[in-house]
Structure formats: C-alpha cells, structure tokens
Design a protein around this ligand. Structure first.
Ligand code: ADP
Ligand code: ZN
Ligand code: ZN
Length: 819
C-alpha cells in the first residue's frame, strides 16, 4: 500500500529525519540528478542551519511551496539501510519513548555510520609571522604554535589547552586574521570491506609455455573461476607481482569484491537433532499453529535445562523453511557465544550476529548481510530487535525477564516490549521464554494477552539442585571471613573442593552500599506509603524514601521488633574473594564482575578457564547468574540474598526471586546433582522461600497482590523524570519548580487529578553520580495514554524548555531501575 501512495506523491520532496535532538522531521528537495538514488531507508546528507548533517529518508511527501526549502546534498548509500516497513516502528518508538525520530533511527543503526561536520582551525601566513610577537598573550602564542604544526579541531584544541582557550579567543584571533576556521565533513568511519579477486579472462589465448608458478595460478583460476589474491599469495608468494603483469597482458582481471569480516572464532561442528520430548512437542505444535497467521504472542516458561532453546530452534527452522526471517534476542553478550554456537551448528551461515561486542565494522557487515537477505536469522542482544528484516516470521526473546533488555542511556527502550510491538506491526509471532518470567509478562499470560506454554521437566530428568537456607542473624557477631562465609557454607565448600569440583559464589551488588537491615530481625526499614526500603542519607542523618520523600530519623527503632541496632550491608565481591582466599589458601579463585570484565574477550577467557577447570572458586555478581553451562559446578553459594531484596525499588522482590532461581539453576547441570546454600537475614521472606523451590507460580501469587494493593505496574504505568545538574542548589531548586509545574498542570486539567499521581520531586537514591546532583519526579498513571498526555503538557511549559544548559532532564518511560 505504501508504495502506491508514494507513487502518487511527487518524488521531488522528501521527508527527512535528522540525527539530532530535534522534534520534527524536515522536508528537503531532491535535485533531478539524485532522483534515481533517493529511496526511503537510505541516508542523506543535508544542510541544516550552518552545518551539513546526516538524515534518514522516511518517504516522499506533498509538494511544499516554501521558498526556504533546501536541496539534499548527497545520498551515500547504494541500498537502503532499513526496509520501509520499519518506518512505522521507528515512529512508534519516537512517540512512546518521547525521543527524536532521527536519534531513534541512529540508535537502531549500527554505530560508526554517521558523517558529521566539524570545525578545523588553521594558522594563516600572518599568524605564522607573529607567533613570537610580544603583543600576544602566552596562551595565544602557545595555541598558534600548536596549530602551526597542522590544522586542529576544536576538540583537539580544548583537549590541549583546557579552559584557557575559549570560543571567543578563537574568534578574536580569527578577526585579526591570524587564524582561519573552516568546516569540514568527517566521513563515516565504516566502509564496506573489499578484497581483490582474480578472474581469468574469457577468450584470451594464453602463451604456450609458462613458469611453473604461473601455471599453478592459471590452473587454480580455471578450477574456481574467481580466487582472492590473498589465497593466491598463500599458494605462490610472488602472486601479487605475477597477477599484475598477467593483468597488463590481458590474461586476467582483478575485481573488488565485498567481503564480510568474520566475527566467529572457532570452527563449529554441525549438531545432531534431538528427538523432542512430549512436552517440547506439544509446545512447538501449539506455536506452529499460529506461525504465519498474523500477530500472536506466547510466553514459554520452563526451568533452566528444560529445553526451551531446542524449541526456539525448531520453530526458527520452520519459519525459515516458509521463507520468513527470525530474530533471536539474548540478554547479554556473555550469553550470546553459547546461543551462537548452538544456532550456528544447526543453521550455519545464515545466522547474523548483532551486539555491542562487535567492532563498528563487524556490526556494519552483519547488518548488511541482513539487509541483503543473505542472513535469515539475526541473533543478538537488545539492539537486534532492530534487525532490518522485511518479512519477519518470529521474534524470540530468551530470558525475557532480564533487566539488560532495558537500555539505560540515550534511547531508554525495553527490547522485550519493542519485540512485542514489532511483532504486532509486522503481523508475526513473538515468543518470550524464561524460567522466571517477569511479573509483567506473566500477568499478560494470566489475562490472556499472551498464550502460555510450559515445560515442567528438565530434559532427561536431571534433578534440580537441593537448596539450603542459612539464617545470617545467627552469625551476626561473626568476624572477618566467617561473617561472609558461614560455617555451613564453609563446610560445603570444603567438601566440594575436596571432590575436585567447582564452587560458584554469588553476590548481588549493583553499585549500592547504603542498604541497612535490622540486626536482630533482619527486616529493612521500609516506607509506610510505598513499601520500598529506605535509603540512608548521611548528610541529613535520616532514612528517606526515594519514591515519595517520607523520612525517618537515623536513630529510629525497627518497626518490626523495636531494636535499634542496624547493620549496613556493604559487601563487595573483592571482600568475598579475600575471604575465600583466607579460608582456602590453596584454591584457585577468580572474580567476575563489572570491574574485572571490561571486554567480551575477558568474559570468554574466564568462562574458558572455568570449563577447563583452571578455576576452583568463581566469585561473581549477576553476570554469573546467566545461563552458562558449567557441568562441574556442583555448589552455588549465595552470600547475602538481602542485598537485592532490600533494594529501594518496588521490583526488589521480583528481581530477588529471579536472581536466586537463576543462580540456583547454575548448580548441577552435569551428571552430578548440585547443591545451593543461600545465606539471608530474611529466611521467611516469600521471594526467598519460593525461589528455594523454584516455584514461580507461588511467587507470582503473592507478589501480584502486593502490586495491586500499592498500584504498581502491571496495574499502573510509570514515567520517571530525572533531573541532574552540577550545582547542588540550582538543581534542587529546579526540581522543586518542576514539581510545582506538575502540580499546576494537574490543577488546571482535572482529569489528571484521578489519572496521574505525582511522587516527588525527591533526591534520587543515588544522589550524586559523576559529580551530578540527581533529583527525580515519578509520575504514576492509570494508562500510558494519560501519562503521555501529561508529559506532553509538561513539554509545552516554559520551565521544560529553558532547562538546557546547567540542568539535564531525562524522561524514562517504564523505568526499570529508579535510582
Ligand atoms: P533451556 O534453554 O530451557 O535452558 P536447553 O534447550 O538449553 O534448555 O536444553 C538443555 C540441554 O538439554 C541442552 O544441552 C540441550 O542440548 C539438551 N536437550 C534439549 N532438548 C533435548 C531433547 N529433546 N533430547 C535430548 N536433549 C535435549
Ligand atoms: Zn527488627
Ligand atoms: Zn514512600
């Protein structure tokens, strides 16, 4: 339909989304000579203000008689980077996450594609003459000397001279004719990788006699038609020179061919198909019935090891068979290598990978393999939801509950939610899988928005690990290592290591240390309105709720038992590692967390060491909780479950359940059954008890009541407005002003009185990050429409528009970590 409409509109004018923080799209004229090149989905270079910037063509549009309309300057792409069918998806995202459409597209596309303008500063002849002139200040002299070595960019100058150089100083020097500035275009960093290939020319008569080496090359070319110069050089070291003279003589031609940089490491063996279990068979058949028949959404639950991945692969195979493409989302890069191996061994070369662990060039290549139709499966982390397929048959979101599906910077999207939206728009199947589904998705299954499939058994009936709970309150007087590793855990570790097996110690720690619990009863101090843990604010010496602002003095008594002794839970993985070393000096201990893992490589090397049994004890954060398969880990120790339970967030219980159930699932995936020891101050908490039994239904049954009582999602929607600034007072004042504006909007439009609840402004629970003071306002609404309407009213207010310079405002729709 779209193309019919386009045909009718004039291809002279084109709608362009610009990759800059601007609200709307812009219309440009396509000059005649570029008419054949202009197509939606391609990038364009356009003049914008004084600059030239990259934009994306969204479609042709009505004739505009505006005089000021400008011409596009260039169309750098040969083929569109995304299909036209994705444009409504981008528009939906821009709308829902309140983010500029051009920036949405920029986020979706592989990095390194953009071209942009920057200013170069150059010294003039008269500048050179006066370099040492005493009328210049020392800073001016220094700067002139610096650029006398060659043109410099602003960034470079500021880097070298810091604050001493101001824009006005540069302008002054320019006015005096000592320097010039000019705008230059920076080309995109990524260009297609090409390689030289040699072809034997047809109808040439080759000379009668040739050297042995030449003959070797010719024979090879006869056999294979086209051979890369690289291969020929491996065969005959001097091939380069020979080919040149043979080309000059007209015997062969050299052509440039696109090649894809291969992101895959080792050679992968093809796998053998399993016979599906009866449960797998049923689930697969069920979903197959709706495949290819428009939108349908399914939630597949089943403990780790119950064979979900096998189900994904069967469905993917069927979808591809029918000519569709498939997107498989996996939460973290760390997990991709495992999934990648399984998909590659079954599907071979038609798998494209998309994740942040690839270099710009690799990502670009993978992207183009999808665009060109060479790949039919895209496997990747959250950004793979943007894979530019035209005919999607199925989108799989594995471990759909995983928080890493939420992007926590720039465009704050949730890839699982977007997978559902994209499936709806493109009329395909979406399959969410998890052992511990999110409350949100399970609620959707309960309310019949999703159909549900369940795998109840582990493949080959491998037993689930046995979980023992250790009450930390009994050890609260312990010292040093004993406080971290209780006697029961110590004993279990000793037994495991003596058997030559491996131990995993898990500690949840997401940059948060001011959580405190009552030392006698283990309860955290909670807000009486919001039921989330309060955070300690040192300066004011109070405990504060960072949703509603409720305060308690620091010397308050525990509301459950009356005791006034509180204990700070300030544990880190380093401390745990040290404790292990002191208790087991012989053991080979490694640590895996954000500090030790900076690159994909280091994850892989730790995992490899674990697999080769070069590590006896691995200490880690949530990174280790993800679905790796380590058959020799037979003991998992959870150091302090309360760290996540008392997190100041309404999802703390959900996340604790998920983490514990997932970590417990790590033990005993091999032939030996596993053991889990779970240390906690709250042995009776339902999140912990249900996680012990891996009983998601029981957990959901309790959790959902609490969500309903306090009107948290899925019974409401939340938008968080984050306000940050370097100046403490200014930021606070601004936050309060914004709060008053919110109140005023609510007063003015009475419908908001019942549909929107305004919480805050209040200092964020992490009050200061990277020298910024942080405040937040939470907007809770009965529907996302009313919330969006409310925020749009706020956008129109002067206070919102004038924030710009010292104050940053971030709108987070459906926030996950409200820190
Ligand atoms: P999940 O994704 O639910 O954790 P997997 O699909 O990874 O489960 O399956 C766990 C293990 O069982 C894998 O090693 C897989 O190869 C194996 N497996 C899956 N389905 C079968 C089957 N039908 N028969 C035998 N082994 C299977
Ligand atoms: Zn108490
Ligand atoms: Zn509160």
């Amino acid at each position: 339909m779209l193309s019919a409409v386009n045909m009718a509109t004039d291809p002279t004018y084109i709608d362009v989304a610009i990759a800059l923080p601007v609200e709307t799209t812009f219309t440009y004229r396509v000059p005649d000579d570029m008419r054949p090149l202009a197509l939606p989905g391609k990038r364009v270079l356009v003049p914008f203000g004084k600059r030239r910037v990259t934009g994306y063509m969204l479609g042709f549009c009505e004739r505009h008689d505006l005089k000021s309309i400008k011409d596009i300057l260039d169309v750098p792409d040969e083929i569109p980077l995304f299909p036209e069918s994705m444009i409504p998806f981008f528009k939906w995202i821009a709308d829902y996450y309140m983010y500029p459409i051009g920036e949405v597209i920029k986020c979706a596309l592989p990095g390194g594609l953009n071209m942009y303008d920057f200013t170069l500063v150059e010294i003039t002849e008269s500048g050179r003459e006066v370099i040492t002139d005493p009328s210049l200040t020392p800073v001016e002299q220094k700067m002139l000397r610096h650029i006398a070595n060659g043109p410099s960019s602003f960034t470079d100058i500021f880097k070298n001279f810091g604050k001493k150089i101001s824009g006005s100083l540069i302008r002054r020097l320019e006015d005096r004719g000592l320097i010039t500035t000019r705008r230059t275009l920076k080309r995109s960093r990524v260009n297609p990788n090409t390689e030289r290939y040699v072809v034997l020319n047809e109808h040439t008569t080759l000379p009668e006699s040739m050297s042995v080496q030449r003959q070797k090359i010719i024979d090879r070319l006869r056999m294979e038609k086209e051979v890369s110069l690289k291969t020929l050089t491996q065969m005959v070291p001097s091939a380069g020179r020979m080919i040149k003279s043979m080309a000059d003589a007209g015997y062969v031609s050299v052509v440039h061919r696109r090649v894809y940089r291969d992101p895959f490491g080792e050679a992968i063996q093809p796998d053998t198909l399993h016979t599906l279990t009866q449960e797998q068979e049923n689930v697969t058949a069920n979903i197959l019935r709706s495949l290819g028949k428009g939108y349908s959404a399914h939630l597949l639950t089943g403990v780790t090891g119950s064979g979900k991945t096998e189900v994904y692969m069967r469905l993917a195979a069927e979808a591809i068979q029918r000519g569709y493409s498939v997107i498989i989302l996996v939460p973290e890069i760390a997990l991709i290598s495992q999934m990648e191996r399984r998909f590659r061994s079954r599907f071979g070369d038609c798998v494209a990978l998309l994740h942040s662990g690839l270099s710009d060039g690799e990502r670009y290549d993978q992207w183009m393999r999808i665009v060109s139709g060479e790949a039919s499966i895209a496997l990747g982390a959250r950004s793979a939801v943007f894979a530019p397929f035209k005919h999607i048959g199925m989108i799989v979101v594995d471990e759909e509950h995983d928080p890493s599906y939420k992007q926590e910077s720039s465009l704050r999207y949730h890839a699982r939610d977007l997978a559902v939206v994209r499936a709806k728009q493109s009329g395909c199947t979406v399959l969410l899988g998890s052992a511990t589904p999110s409350i949100q998705s399970y609620y959707n299954a309960v309310t019949k928005k999703f159909s549900q499939g369940v795998l109840t058994e582990r493949v080959e009936n491998r037993p689930l690990p046995e979980v023992a709970i250790v009450d930390l309150r009994e050890y609260r007087d312990g010292r040093g290592a004993k406080k971290i590793i209780t006697p029961s855990l110590h004993r279990a570790m000793k037994e495991t290591l003596e058997r030559g097996e491996q131990v995993l110690l898990f500690l949840n720690r997401r940059g948060f240390s001011s959580l405190s619990v009552c030392a006698s009863c283990g309860e955290a101090i909670r807000c009486k309105n919001c039921d989330i843990s309060l955070t300690f604010h040192k300066e004011e010496n109070v405990y504060k709720c960072h949703y509603c602002g409720f305060c308690l003095l620091s010397n308050s008594k525990c509301t459950s038992c009356g005791s006034s002794s509180f204990q700070l839970l300030g544990l880190g993985t380093e401390k745990v590692e040290a404790a292990v070393q002191s208790l087991f000096p012989e053991a080979r201990v490694s640590r895996m967390d954000r500090d030790t893992i900076t690159r994909k490589e280091s994850i892989v090397s730790i995992l490899r060491a674990l697999k080769n049994r070069e590590i006896d004890v691995l200490v880690g954060t949530q990174m280790v909780a993800k679905g790796h398969d380590f058959p020799h880990i037979t003991l998992v120790g959870i150091i302090c479950a309360d760290l996540s339970l008392n997190f100041p967030d309404f999802r703390a219980g959900e996340r604790t359940f998920q983490l514990l159930a997932q970590v417990a699932g790590r033990a005993g995936r091999g032939d030996t059954p596993g053991r889990v020891i779970l240390q906690t101050f709250n042995p009776q908490h339902f999140s912990i008890l249900t996680a012990k039994d891996q009983d998601f239904k029981a957990f959901y049954g309790t959790e959902i009541l609490y969500r309903k009582a306090l009107n948290y999602p899925p019974f409401s929607r939340i938008i968080q407005i984050r306000i940050a600034g370097k100046d403490k007072n200014k930021t606070g004042r601004y936050a309060h002003d914004m709060g008053r504006v919110c109140q005023a909007i609510q007063k003015r439009d009475k419908t908001f009185l019942t549909s929107i609840e305004i919480l805050g402004p209040i200092e964020a629970s992490l009050q200061k990050i990277a020298a910024h003071y942080r405040w937040q306002i939470l907007l809770k609404g009965i529907s996302s429409q009313s919330l969006h309407q409310f925020v749009h009213c706020l956008f129109l207010e002067r206070i919102y528009k004038t924030a710009s310079k010292d104050i940053q405002i971030v709108i987070d729709v459906d926030p996950l970590y409200m820190m």
